[in-house]
Write a protein that binds this ligand. Structure first.
Ligand SMILES: *[C@@H]1O[C@H](CO)[C@@H](O)[C@H](O)[C@H]1NC(C)=O
Ligand SMILES: *[C@@H]1O[C@H](CO)[C@@H](O)[C@H](O)[C@H]1NC(C)=O
Ligand SMILES: *[C@@H]1O[C@H](CO)[C@@H](O)[C@H](O)[C@H]1NC(C)=O
Ligand SMILES: *[C@@H]1O[C@H](CO)[C@@H](O)[C@H](O)[C@H]1NC(C)=O
Ligand SMILES: *[C@@H]1O[C@H](CO)[C@@H](O)[C@H](O)[C@H]1NC(C)=O
Ligand SMILES: *[C@@H]1O[C@H](CO)[C@@H](O)[C@H](O)[C@H]1NC(C)=O
Ligand SMILES: *[C@@H]1O[C@H](CO)[C@@H](O)[C@H](O)[C@H]1NC(C)=O
Ligand SMILES: *[C@@H]1O[C@H](CO)[C@@H](O)[C@H](O)[C@H]1NC(C)=O
Length: 735
C-alpha cells in the first residue's frame, strides 16, 4: 500500500481579508467520527466506472454498515475522484490502505483572507487600454469564495449577450438568487444559498471582473470608478465559505464543479496560516486538476506575515500572490487642542465637523479591578465608564475597539500594530504609529484639559509605494523548498470594491454599504486573476504555465526597502504585476502536467500515487525525475543545508519564443538583495528563428557565506531590446 514520502507539514490551510477571525478545527461529532476527505486522484477513464457507487461500496466495506446514511458528506466525481465522509479513527486507517486511495486527511477550516489600483498597475480605463472584447466576453472567471451579491451594479448584465457556448454550469444559488448574462453561474456548498452575507466574495469577484461603475466611494472616501481587470468577462460564483470559514470538503467540491463547468480561470482568496503537504491540501489537489485541465488558479499567499515560512499556497501549479500598497493611501488626521496634527490611519467616514472633544487615556480611567497598565491597553472591564463617557478614548492597543462603545466613548485613538493599513471601525477612530502615539500621550500628560478632533479620512498620494504589506505572508516555501513563493505581488491594501449590503463592515458596525474598503492578500489575488484573464484574452490557447510565466517575468522590480526578509523575494517573489507587459512577454517558461508529475517524483512521491493522481502510466526513476531546481519554473531557487562553505548550484531552463519569429536574446544578470552570488549563464545568447521554438540554457550559481536568515538573490534578464524576460535567482539556507 502506498504511503507518501512527501515532507510533513504544519496544519491549517485561509478567506484572507485582514479582520476576519482565525482558523478553528471542525468539531468532532458525538460518536467520535470526524469528517475526512478521501482523495482518489483522477477519474478512471473506463466508461463503466461510476464514482458514486464505488464510493458507496468503499464506505460500506470499511464501516460494515449497509446503510451509509449520515456518513457520506460529499462525492467528488466530475473532475477528479474521491469523497468526504464521517469516519472513526480505525475506519480512517482502513480506507487509507485501500487500493486507489491517494490520501485521507481531516476536514479543516480555512479562512477567507479598487478604484485606483488598476490605474496604478497601468491598466487604464476605456480606450486607453488595448483590449480584445469578443474574447474577453467569452472568458469565464470562477470565483471560489463566500458567494456573491447578484444585485450589485458591478455584476449587472447590461450590454452582455448570452453565456459562451462552452459554459456547462448552472445557476443554483438558492432562493431569491438570480443569475444573469454577467453572473452566469452560482453554486453553494454551505447549505445557505450562494448569496454573500460576508462581503468578501462580492469584493474579490468585482476586483477580478466587475463592471466599471462610476462615482463609487465609501461615504465619499476613494470616490471614482470601481472596475475589475476584465469588465467584459463572465463570473461564476462557487460559495465554499461562510462566517465560520471554509471547509476543505466544500472547497474540493467547488474545484470539482468549476473545472467541469468550463471556467477559464479560478481565483481563490482562501488559505491557512501555513502550508500543507500537497496530498492533504484541498487547494493543492483542486488546483492540480485545474492545471491538468488547462485552467490557471490564482491564489492568495496568506495574511500571516511578516513572519517567515507563512506562505500557504506553495505548489508550483498555483500562481501565488502577495499584497502591496498602491500610491493611494488613506489617512485620518488627529488635531490636538494645542493645534498640532498627528497623521493616523483608518477609513473614517464619520464627520465630527472638526470639533474638538475632551480626550482621556485609558490609564487615567482605570476601573478599581484593573492595573493602570491594563487600562492603558483598554482591556475589557478595565475602564470606568463615568470617566470615559462623552470623550475620545485613547488606548495603547486595538482592544479599545471592543470596549469603546460600551463605556460611552464617542471616538477612539489607538496605537496601531499595523500602521501600514487603514481599517474601517464602527466609530470615529484613528490608529497612530508608535512614535505619534507616544507624542499624543505626552500631550495628554502635560495638559490640564486635553482635547482633540478626529477628521474624516483623506486620500493622499503615497510616493513610497509599492511596498509589501506587513501582514502579507512570507516565504520560504516549507513544502517545496526549491520553489520560490509567493510568486508575485499586487495591490492588496485599502482596496475599494463591491460589498454585500448584508456584510458587517467592522465588528459591531451597523452601517450597510454596496462598496467597501478591504485589505489583505484576498484583495491582491483577484487583481492578478484579472491580469491573467486579460493576458488570456490575447492568447486564448496558452497553457496555465505560459500565463503564469508571462505575469512573473514581466513584473516590476519592487524597491527593497525595509529590513529582514520583508525586503526580499520571500515577500514579493518576482516583483509587482504589470498587466500591459504581461500581455507581451516575448518568451515564456512552459510546464505541463508531465513536468509537474516528474517534479513530484523528484519530491519523492511514489509512481503508484502519481499514477492514480494523473490516471496515466507514471514511472518515477532517476532519469525521469526532475529535481525541483530543474522544474522549468519562471524563478530559480535553491535551499542549501550548509551556510558557510562555498557552493555551486545549477538550474536548467527552457524558453519558448512567443514574440516575433526571428529574435535574439542576450542574458544579463543584475544584483538583487544581498547580492553575493556569481551567476554564469550558458549559452549567454539565445537565437530564435520561429514562433514556439524552444531553446535551453543552464544557470550556474556559485558563492559562499550565505546568511542564515536572509536569502541571497540576483536577477537573470533575457533581453532582445524590447522584451525583458526577468527571473529572480534566490539561494538561501537556515530554514
Ligand atoms: C431578495 O433579496 C433582496 C436582496 O437581498 C431583498 O432586498 C429582497 O427582499 C429579497 N426578497 C425576498 C422575497 O426574500
Ligand atoms: C457554514 O458552512 C458549513 C459548510 O461548510 C455548514 O455546515 C454550516 O452550517 C455553515 N454555518 C453557517 C453559520 O451558516
Ligand atoms: C464623486 O465624484 C463625482 C465626479 O467626480 C461627483 O459628481 C460626486 O458627487 C462624487 N461623490 C461623492 C460621494 O463625493
Ligand atoms: C505609504 O506606503 C507605505 C509603504 O508603501 C506605508 O508604510 C505607509 O503606511 C503608506 N502611507 C499611507 C498614508 O498610506
Ligand atoms: C527605493 O527606496 C529608496 C529609499 O526609500 C529611495 O531612495 C529610492 O529612490 C527608491 N527607488 C525606487 C526605484 O523607487
Ligand atoms: C528524496 O529522497 C532522497 C533519498 O531518500 C533524499 O536524498 C532527498 O532529499 C529526498 N527529496 C525530498 C525533496 O524530500
Ligand atoms: C571558497 O571560495 C573562495 C573564493 O573563490 C576561495 O578563496 C576559498 O579558498 C574557498 N574556500 C573553500 C573552503 O573552498
Ligand atoms: C542540464 O543542462 C546541462 C547542459 O545543458 C546538461 O548537460 C544536463 O544533462 C542537464 N541536466 C538535466 C537534469 O536535464
Amino acid at each position: 500500500m502506498a504511503k507518501l514520502r512527501a515532507a510533513p507539514s504544519g496544519l491549517l490551510s485561509c478567506l484572507l481579508v485582514l479582520f476576519l477571525s482565525s482558523a478553528s478545527a471542525i468539531t468532532e461529532d458525538s460518536q467520535e467520527k470526524q469528517v475526512y476527505i478521501v482523495y482518489m486522484g483522477s477519474l478512471p477513464s473506463r466508461v463503466d466506472y461510476t464514482p458514486m457507487s464505488h464510493h458507496m461500496s468503499i464506505l460500506q466495506e470499511i464501516t460494515g454498515e449497509s446503510s451509509i446514511e449520515g456518513r457520506l458528506v460529499r462525492n467528488y466525481k466530475r473532475s477528479f475522484n474521491g469523497f468526504a465522509a464521517r469516519l472513526t479513527e480505525s475506519e480512517r486507517e482502513r480506507v487509507a490502505e485501500m487500493d486507489g486511495v491517494v490520501s485521507v486527511f481531516p476536514n479543516k477550516k480555512l479562512q477567507l483572507q479598487t478604484t485606483s489600483s488598476w490605474d496604478f498597475m497601468g491598466l487604464k480605463e476605456g480606450k486607453k487600454t488595448n483590449r480584445n472584447p469578443t474574447v474577453e466576453s467569452d472568458t469565464i472567471i470562477g470565483v471560489i469564495d463566500s458567494g456573491i451579491t447578484p444585485e450589485s451594479q458591478s455584476f449587472s448584465d447590461k450590454g452582455f449577450g448570452p453565456p459562451p457556448e462552452k459554459w456547462k454550469g448552472v445557476c443554483s444559488g438558492g432562493e431569491n438568487f438570480t443569475c444573469n448574462n454577467k453572473l452566469i453561474g452560482a453554486r453553494d456548498y454551505t447549505n445557505s444559498g450562494t448569496r454573500d452575507t460576508e462581503g468578501h466574495g462580492t469584493h474579490t469577484a468585482s476586483t477580478a471582473a466587475g463592471n466599471a461603475v462610476a462615482d463609487t466611494s465609501f461615504f465619499g472616501i476613494g470616490n471614482g470608478t470601481v472596475r475589475g481587470g476584465v469588465p467584459a468577462s463572465r463570473i461564476a460564483a462557487y460559495k465554499a465559505c461562510n462566517a465560520t470559514g471554509c471547509g476543505m470538503e466544500a472547497l474540493l467540491s467547488a474545484f470539482d464543479d468549476a473545472i467541469a463547468d468550463g471556467v477559464d480561470l479560478i481565483t481563490i482568496s482562501i488559505g491557512g496560516e501555513s502550508a500543507h503537504s500537497f496530498e492533504t491540501d484541498s487547494i493543492a489537489i483542486g488546483t492540480f486538476h485545474a492545471m491538468a485541465n488547462g485552467i490557471l488558479t490564482v491564489s492568495s499567499a496568506g495574511n500571516s506575515g511578516p513572519e517567515d515560512s507563512t506562505v500557504c499556497a506553495v505548489a508550483p501549479w498555483i500562481l501565488t500572490v502577495a499584497a502591496t500598497t498602491t500610491n493611494r493611501g488613506f489617512v485620518t488626521k488627529v488635531v490636538l487642542g494645542n493645534g498640532k496634527t498627528l497623521v493616523g490611519k483608518s477609513v473614517n467616514a464619520f464627520d465630527m465637523k472638526g470639533q474638538k472633544y475632551p480626550i482621556v487615556y485609558g490609564k487615567s480611567a482605570a476601573s478599581s479591578v484593573c492595573e493602570a497598565e491594563n487600562a492603558a491597553l483598554c482591556e475589557p472591564e478595565c475602564l470606568e465608564a463615568s470617566l470615559v463617557k462623552g470623550k475620545i478614548l485613547v488606548c495603547a492597543s486595538t482592544k479599545g475597539l471592543k470596549v469603546a462603545e460600551s463605556v460611552g466613548a464617542i471616538a477612539l485613538i489607538f496605537k496601531s500594530l499595523k500602521p501600514d493599513v487603514a481599517f474601517i471601525h464602527p466609530l470615529p477612530a484613528s490608529g497612530l504609529p508608535e512614535k505619534d502615539f507616544d507624542s499624543l500621550v505626552s500631550y495628554i500628560e502635560s495638559t490640564e484639559s486635553p482635547s482633540a478632533a478626529i477628521l474624516k479620512t483623506e486620500e493622499i498620494f503615497n510616493r513610497t509605494s509599492p511596498l509589501v504589506g506587513s501582514f502579507s505572508s512570507r516565504g520560504p516555501n516549507t513544502i517545496a523548498v526549491d520553489i520560490l513563493k509567493p510568486d508575485i505581488t499586487a495591490p492588496g491594501v485599502e482596496i475599494l470594491a463591491a460589498f454585500s449590503p448584508d456584510g458587517e463592515l467592522s465588528q459591531g458596525d451597523t452601517r450597510h454599504v454596496k462598496y467597501s474598503v478591504l485589505s489583505g492578500t484576498s484583495m491582491s489575488c483577484p487583481h492578478v486573476a484579472g491580469v491573467a484573464a486579460y493576458v488570456k484574452t490575447f492568447y486564448p490557447k496558452w497553457s496555465p504555465s505560459m500565463i503564469q510565466s508571462a505575469i512573473m517575468t514581466t513584473a516590476w522590480p519592487v524597491n527593497a526597502t525595509g529590513t529582514g526578509i520583508a525586503s526580499t523575494e520571500f515577500a514579493f517573489g518576482a516583483g509587482h504585476v504589470d498587466p500591459i507587459a504581461a500581455s507581451n512577454p516575448g518568451l515564456v517558461y512552459e510546464l505541463d502536467k508531465t513536468d509537474h508529475i516528474a517534479f513530484l517524483c523528484g519530491m519523492n512521491y511514489t509512481s503508484k500515487i502519481l499514477r492514480i493522481i494523473s490516471d496515466e502510466t507514471v514511472t518515477c526513476s532517476e532519469d525521469k525525475e526532475i529535481s525541483p531546481r530543474n522544474l522549468n519554473y519562471p524563478s530559480m531557487t535553491a535551499r542549501l543545508s550548509v551556510p558557510h562553505s562555498n557552493f555551486t548550484v545549477t538550474f536548467n531552463r527552457t524558453l519558448t519564443n512567443v514574440g516575433p519569429s526571428s529574435s535574439t536574446y542576450k542574458s544579463k544578470v543584475v544584483a538583487g538583495h544581498r547580492s553575493n552570488l556569481n551567476v554564469n549563464v550558458t549559452p549567454s545568447v539565445l537565437s530564435f528563428k520561429e514562433v514556439n521554438e524552444k531553446q535551453s540554457f543552464r544557470v550556474t550559481v556559485t558563492g559562499s557565506d550565505l546568511d542564515s536568515k536572509l536569502p541571497s538573490s540576483a536577477y537573470l534578464i533575457w533581453s532582445d531590446g524590447t522584451h525583458n524576460v526577468r527571473s529572480p535567482i534566490v539561494v538561501y539556507t537556515g530554514y
